[in-house]
Design a protein around this ligand. Structure first.
Ligand code: ZN
Length: 436
């Protein structure tokens, strides 16, 4: 268990006692063995008489328990866009950073242990070239983060290394590649990137590539996976690189289901149930197929992945900007359009999703297929300033956990969401590769 003694609990005006680590809570939450906080949280000797107090105590205890759970269990996150963020604007993430959603102090505050660093390759490089070179550069950048702060971060090429780093209190930085274009049609490159630590590949990004069609691209040249894509998935199974079905088209998803011999992940996708017609999220039928395969959907926190109102806002805003540009005959990057965008935002505030909206996605998947197939894929550093209230950065996982507790999830269920399910899938991928 990690130390929780030095950390201030959000929403509570007191510090946790070290003894709080011994908190024993059935879901009914009884806090014992700790100093009672000033805000009326009772220890076991207190008697609560009013129902209002009971509710307050339950709420306060869920906040405390959330902190304990965040420290007690490994927290993985399927997709954090740190490398490309630093490529655009470098900051030292081993200390507090002014920008972005991730840095070491905030990761520690949130209890984050194993964020997958996204080696993101823009879709345009499939045509222009340079995918492999950029991927190598971003991997080197992750290696440098570790080299410069070995007491804070470590690489992790396996589930065993994640667990060993966790035991040492060091944050693992496993790597996933967002867009398979760096494979450049050569299976030797799969081995190259495996050797450099890539442990999942999102088959494509916003455009069709030589592996797969994309959910964001109307052009569907392969009608799913290409022939090379099918071969690649089989080889990924053989070598131990997880297949990530986020971003691919529905047809490509079902092709993956037909080809893969091991469970797969959706590293950062949410439930299409709440965003009808948004192919980037997973339909109920796809989630059922994914669960049957033993895989896991890691919920994306971005507001436009969570609620239809954020998607509608985006569409209306785009249309308004287009209309303004046409009517005034000004370029998209002109001063006039920039001013118009600012004014638009003031007149039409962004409809941020709430923590409760995000929790609805977890509930939906759990009701549909059970607790064993859902995880976290926040997309921190990848979705701009569209993050929901109370889930703004990597310090926020305790808020998510508190919300799950409020909705009646047990500690064991929450542990599965935090990392248990993803670790199961990764271990299955490792075991299959070891036997091939
Ligand atoms: Zn993405």
């Amino acid at each position: 268990m990690k130390s929780i003694s030095s950390k201030r609990v959000k929403n509570l005006p007191f510090k946790l006692s070290p003894l709080m680590a011994g908190v024993v809570l059935s879901l009914g939450v009884v806090v014992s063995g700790c100093q009672a906080p000033k805000t009326a949280t009772p220890n076991s000797s207190n008697v609560v008489t009013s129902s209002t107090n009971v509710e307050q105590v339950a709420a306060a205890n869920h906040a405390v328990l959330a902190e304990v759970i965040a420290k007690k269990y490994i927290i993985t996150d399927g997709h954090i866009d740190v490398p490309y963020r630093l490529e655009s604007k470098f900051e030292n993430v081993s200390a507090h950073t002014e920008h972005g959603d991730f840095d070491f102090p905030r990761a520690v505050a949130g209890g984050l242990d194993a964020p997958f660093m996204s080696i993101y390759i823009p879709a345009r490089l499939e045509q222009s070239g340079g995918s492999k070179a950029l991927a190598d550069k971003l991997i080197t950048m992750v290696e440098a983060i570790v080299t410069e702060a070995p007491d804070k971060f470590a690489l992790a090429y396996s589930t065993a290394e994640i667990e060993a780093n966790f035991a040492k209190g060091i944050i693992s930085l496993p790597m996933g590649m967002e867009n398979g274009s760096p494979i450049e049609g050569d299976l030797a490159n799969l081995k190259h990137f495996y050797d450099r630590g890539i442990r999942y590949i999102t088959l494509t990004h916003s455009k069709a590539n030589h592996i797969s069609d994309s959910s964001y691209d109307e052009n569907r040249p392969a009608g799913g996976l290409t022939d090379f894509g099918k071969t690649l998935v089989a080889e990924m199974n053989n070598i131990g690189v997880m297949v990530d079905v986020s971003h691919i088209s529905d047809d490509a998803f079902y092709d993956v289901m037909a080809v893969t011999k091991v469970p797969v992940i959706a590293s950062h996708s949410s439930a299409r149930h709440f965003t009808p017609g948004f192919e980037r999220n997973m339909s109920d039928d796809m989630i059922i197929a994914l669960a049957k395969n033993g895989g896991v959907i890691q919920i994306n926190f971005g507001s436009s992945f969570i609620s239809q109102k954020a998607i509608d806002y985006g569409k209306l805003r785009k249309l308004a900007i287009k209309t303004f540009s046409a009517e005034n005959n000004v370029e998209a990057n002109s001063v006039e359009v920039k001013a118009f965008k600012e004014q638009y935002k003031t007149n039409n505030p962004y409809p941020f999703s709430s923590l409760s909206d995000v929790l609805d996605h977890f509930d939906h998947v759990v009701k549909l297929v059970g607790i064993d197939y859902v995880g976290i894929g926040s997309d921190y550093d990848g979705v701009g300033d569209s993050l929901p209230t109370n889930l703004k950065d990597v310090a926020s996982y305790p808020n998510l956990i508190e919300g799950l507790l409020d909705r009646g999830y047990s500690e064991q269920d929450i542990a599965k969401i935090l990392s248990g399910n993803v670790m199961r899938v990764w271990k299955a991928a490792e075991a299959y590769a070891a036997s091939h």
